[in-house]
Design a protein around this ligand. Structure first.
Ligand code: PLP
Length: 424
């Protein structure tokens, strides 16, 4: 059990082997020029200090070398992807060739569904969670329409049982075993974006496969947040964005995973472009596509170098910190936040995120017992005092202490402010 006080927070910071990583990031400034207390890494991760140098290097290559920047200079653009790949793969527990980085997340959901959602006869439905991130929902609805299917009958939505805030994996298993012959695809999150619940990817994949369905995951809130074993989970495909826990900057490339067993299969239809061509022959401009090996075959266009540059520096930092060390700190830091919430403001709030650390990453989602208005008021007041959390209608405040740059003292200061605001 933690002691929740300033001395203990300072002591935990002093013993934190990752404490110095905080200096590698810029904290936004408030109106008085003071760094804010940032808990929004689940939405947009902070900018690394090295990011601007990396972007400037790319700009300089463009300025001084023009088109040759693809191949020459300190950091030739063609090397960006091959440098990203092993770092990204290690973060999600995949083999390097199972991972590629391209486009944005929703675009990749579409591209991977184009390959892996192949409705046939009765097996034509997609299972999603009812409270899926809207973009995922829109993507699924439009994929069904693209295939001439009615979303009202072909999208199966699963939601928490009455009176519950969370979906139990057993519900998904039950659905898949009861209606498995109708289901073509289970499209699920790794971490649910509102509740912060982490799902057991292997368990869901096993259930989908037993039903004869494909298992695909949106890992936007899981990648860089928890250690993942994507390859071992058996998942067919997954994608995630690079701008939350991976600190790649707004709109940077998304990561994609395709399980080894689907790589280099001629019968898996992929939408192609010149970047789908193997790099060794790409610029021969052949009439016949020479498919890239591995997940790179899903690439279509040349990548946006200026927004890829910060992702590369950020993944390097993640790699140095190490996912397991980040996870160890996250368990302690989120536990410290949980204790603070219970100890200092427990009578005002309900934490809806699972209390079991194995079922959550670093985000805690909090509901105000006094109702929506007072919750939103608290969120706004915290913001005015320089504590940046976020608000999701109708009544949830999300708080993510990110182990890469948040400290135990950050959490202590947030809770101190929250308590005095609630006391007013
Ligand atoms: C769970 C989830 N899915 C999809 C998206 C959409 O991402 P993008 O704009 O990169 O397509 C987000 C963005 O925050 C997200 O959190």
């Amino acid at each position: 059990m933690h002691n929740f006080n300033a001395e203990h927070a300072a002591e935990l910071d002093q013993n934190d082997p990752l404490a110095h990583y905080r200096e590698l990031f810029h904290f936004p400034l408030d109106a008085n020029g003071n760094p804010v207390n940032y808990f929004c890494g689940h939405s947009l991760g902070l900018q690394s200090v090295a990011a601007s140098d990396m972007v400037n290097t790319a700009l300089e290559s463009w300025r001084l070398q023009g088109v040759d920047g693809h191949f020459t200079g300190g950091k030739p653009w063609l090397t960006y992807l091959e440098n990203l790949q092993p770092l990204m793969a290690a973060l999600v527990g995949a083999q390097p060739r199972e991972v590629t980085c391209m486009n944005s997340l929703t675009v990749n959901l579409h591209l991977l569904m184009a390959s892996f959602y192949r409705p046939q006869g009765k097996r034509s439905k997609i299972v999603i969670e009812k409270h899926a991130f809207p973009s995922d929902r829109y993507a699924v609805v439009s994929q069904l329409q693209w295939h001439g299917l009615d979303p009202a009958t072909h999208m199966i939505e699963i939601e928490p049982l009455p009176g519950q805030a969370l979906i139990d994996e057993a519900q998904v298993e039950q659905l898949l075993s009861e209606r498995g012959d109708e289901i073509a695809l289970l499209m699920f999150p790794g971490v649910q974006y509102i509740t912060g619940q982490f799902f057991d990817l292997q368990r869901l994949t096993t259930a989908a496969h037993a039903a004869g369905a494909v298992a695909g995951f949106d890992l936007a809130h899981a990648a860089g947040n928890l250690p993942l074993q994507l390859h071992d989970s058996g998942a067919d495909f997954a994608c995630w964005c690079g701008y939350k826990y991976l600190n790649g900057g707004p709109g940077t490339l998304s990561g994609c995973f395709v399980h080894e067993r689907h790589l280099d299969r001629d019968d898996v239809i992929k939408l192609a472009g010149w970047w789908s061509n193997d790099v060794s022959t790409r610029f021969e401009m052949r009439e016949q596509l020479d498919w890239a090996r591995g997940a790179d075959a899903w690439q279509i266009s040349n990548p946006p170098i200026l927004s890829t540059a910060p992702l590369l520096t950020a993944l390097d930092i993640h790699h140095r910190a190490g996912m397991q060390a980040l996870r160890d700190k996250a368990i302690a830091l989120t536990g410290f936040l949980e204790t603070g919430l219970q100890t200092l403001v427990g009578e005002h709030i309900e934490i809806i995120t699972p209390s079991d650390p194995q079922q959550r990453g670093c985000q805690l989602s909090v509901r105000m017992l006094a109702g929506k208005d007072s919750g939103q008021q608290l969120y706004k007041s915290l913001y005015q005092h320089g504590h940046i959390c976020d608000w999701r209608n109708p009544d949830i405040m999300r708080i993510a202490p990110v182990p890469l740059y948040n400290s135990f003292s950050d959490v202590y200061r947030l809770l101190g402010c929250m308590r005095s605001l609630l006391a007013q």
